[in-house]
Write a protein that binds this ligand. Structure first.
Ligand SMILES: *Cc1c(COP(=O)(O)O)cnc(C)c1O
Length: 222
């Protein structure tokens, strides 16, 4: 039997002397399990579907930070804008413009991460390094007052080859550092590097992750 409480505690211990934080990925898991994580002190949850996140938000305590980590369609931004803490999956200027528009209605600033495609698989979403650099430098960005680009997110290739995963994370970290040195619009405040999941969080922490997104290692297989 898995103990959510014990799992959360071991992540607390692992991360206590680092600048990396845990996002407990709660997708597909029932409210009771989220409540167990909450009671063990976990207040930062990640979901990949808008409707599921809204339903869980409505039922749970209001001091939870909600992170949208999955692909986001522009027409669904309005449902999460009132409460979302961070959107990890920005992959176009158009989506960013919609987030800005919805955030404005609530007079808030929504921190966003650019999702970068670092894996070999074709199916994973995200921007290439070149597309990301263009977005960061685009004039369209400087007029958006209700978002910040708080950093970058990436998912490594699904492989047992640890060295391969490390190289992908290292490439993203290098790009992150290069972008930090550029003169970019005031909305760009690159502080977060969202890398690492159940299979590769140890490598991600070593390579400079500030946010690991962990699901099955806490809640069991989906
Ligand atoms: C599901 C998911 C995770 C967590 O995956 P685990 O392997 O269960 O830790 C992390 N990031 C994203 C974007 C996800 O969709």
């Amino acid at each position: 039997m898995i103990s959510i409480q014990e799992n959360i505690r071991s992540f607390d211990t692992l991360l206590q002397d680092t600048s990396c934080k845990l996002i407990a990925v709660t997708k597909t898991k029932p409210i009771e399990m989220l409540m167990q994580a909450y009671e063990a002190g976990s207040k930062r949850f990640g979901e990949n579907k808008v409707q599921e996140m809204v339903e869980k938000y409505e039922q749970l305590p209001k001091d939870i930070e909600w992170h949208l980590i999955g692909h986001l369609q522009s027409n669904k931004v309005k449902y999460i804008a009132p409460f979302v803490s961070m959107i990890h999956s920005i992959d176009s200027l158009k989506l960013l413009q919609e987030v800005d528009k919805q955030a404005k209605k609530y007079n808030k600033i929504i921190p966003c991460l650019l999702q970068i495609h670092i894996a070999e698989e074709e199916t994973k979403f995200g921007l290439s390094y070149q597309e990301a650099e263009e977005l960061l430098q685009s004039s369209g960005l400087s007029v958006l007052k209700n978002i910040t680009i708080a950093g970058l997110m990436g998912m490594a290739t699904f492989t047992d080859n640890q060295e391969h995963i490390r190289q992908e994370f290292r490439g993203l970290k290098l790009f992150f550092e290069q972008m930090k040195r550029k003169t970019l619009p005031a909305q760009v405040k690159l502080t977060e590097l969202s890398i690492g999941m159940s299979g590769d969080y140890q490598i991600a922490i070593e390579e400079g992750s500030t946010l690991i997104r962990v699901g099955s290692s806490i809640f069991g297989a989906r």
